[in-house]
Design a protein around this ligand. Structure first.
Ligand SMILES: Nc1ncnc2c1ncn2[C@@H]1O[C@H](COP(=O)(O)OP(=O)(O)O)[C@@H](O)[C@H]1O
Ligand SMILES: N[C@@H](CCOP(=O)(O)O)C(=O)O
Length: 306
């Protein structure tokens, strides 16, 4: 069986560990081959990803799912990475999402996409040390998702009534265990005033997407806590955000834990100026940088059943 899952941008300003948006910028492919066996045995194949079961987000999530159903089988898990890892594009999450989606189909477990999030998120322990559910939820469910509860995980899709594309500015800045490090930078305590400001941003962002109100999204795509704490990881962000707003983007935020920057644009935005000047910022920092212009995508899907 061949299953694919798209990349995602998590957090979206004040939605740390809550919001994530699936987009068609990149996709991972999982090929899974199963033989009968009295034992559970998983073999990981692939390039550019850990091949140890405990260190690969896809196999770690798959192991969790199969163990919880006491499934015994000999499994070959081939991961064909299309989503560059460590750049804030939900790469580890997409693999985990595709792997559990495939197992659900092959072993006819009958779990919903939302229920599969509980298992896929475990894969993020392998990649970042913590089971953050946002990226995997977007890659499984599709669209814009909000994580409403953590244990058990409850995920809902947010209705999107606003037309937009996402310009992803992708600096090839490789930081070992980037998301793990970024999560350690998150403050353990915050001022109530900052919490209230961020809650207002999140409220405005969600209302903007649901009502199709561009100005509410623009107001909401901000964050006073996480992005600020993590700024040393992406010094290029403030200038790119300034340029985006200058040329009438809807808004801009850090994609996940970065370094990728997600810029929301529509017909009112001067996309060429935004893209050109943002890439110049990357160059000024000495980064090799690429970009993608993406749109919102669906969740994981079966490419081939045999
Ligand atoms: N299947 C996988 N796909 C991508 N990265 C993986 C996978 N399994 C483990 N990893 C590890 O996870 C890290 C990338 O994940 P993360 O730091 O969360 O960044 P991102 O999700 O932005 O790609 C890398 O260190 C990579 O080796
Ligand atoms: N909520 C997480 C999201 C990490 O996204 P990634 O694409 O950078 O892995 C966090 O901010 O830690």
């Amino acid at each position: 069986m061949i299953v694919k899952a798209f990349s995602s941008s998590a957090n979206l300003g004040a939605g740390y560990d809550i919001l994530a948006l699936a987009h068609d910028a990149f996709e991972d492919t999982i090929e899974i081959y199963v033989q009968n066996s009295s034992e559970l045995d998983i073999k990981v194949e692939g390039n550019g990803v850990p091949l140890s079961i405990e260190k690969n987000s896809a196999s770690f999530a798959l192991l969790e799912l199969l163990r919880s159903y006491d499934i015994k089988a000999k499994i070959r898990l081939k991961i064909i990475k299309g989503i560059p890892a460590g750049l804030g594009l939900g790469s580890s999450g997409a693999s985990a999402a595709a792997a559990v989606y495939a197992a659900n189909e092959i072993f006819k477990l009958g779990l919903s996409r939302q229920e599969l999030v509980n298992f896929a998120m475990k894969g993020e322990i392998a990649s970042s040390g913590s089971p953050h559910p946002d990226n995997v939820a977007a890659s499984l469910v599709g669209g814009l998702v909000s994580v409403l509860n953590s244990n058990p995980v409850k995920v809902e899709q947010v209705p999107l009534n606003l037309e937009f594309q996402i310009i992803l500015i992708i600096p090839f800045v490789r930081i070992e265990a980037k998301t793990k490090k970024a999560r350690e930078m998150v403050p353990k305590q915050i001022d109530t005033s900052k919490y209230v400001t961020n809650a207002r941003y999140l409220s405005s962002l969600l209302l903007g997407f649901i009502k199709g109100d561009r100005e509410l999204v623009r107001l909401g795509l901000n964050d006073e806590i996480i992005e600020k704490a993590r700024e040393p990881l992406f010094p290029h962000y403030p200038k790119i955000k300034e340029i985006s707003l200058l040329y009438d983007a809807i808004g801009a935020c850090v994609s996940g834990a970065g370094p990728t920057i997600a810029i929301f644009v529509d017909s009112k935005s001067d996309k060429n100026k935004i893209l050109g000047e943002s890439l110049n910022v990357c160059k000024a920092y000495g980064y090799e940088c690429t970009y993608k212009i993406a749109k919102v995508s669906g969740g994981a899907w079966v490419e081939r059943r045999d």
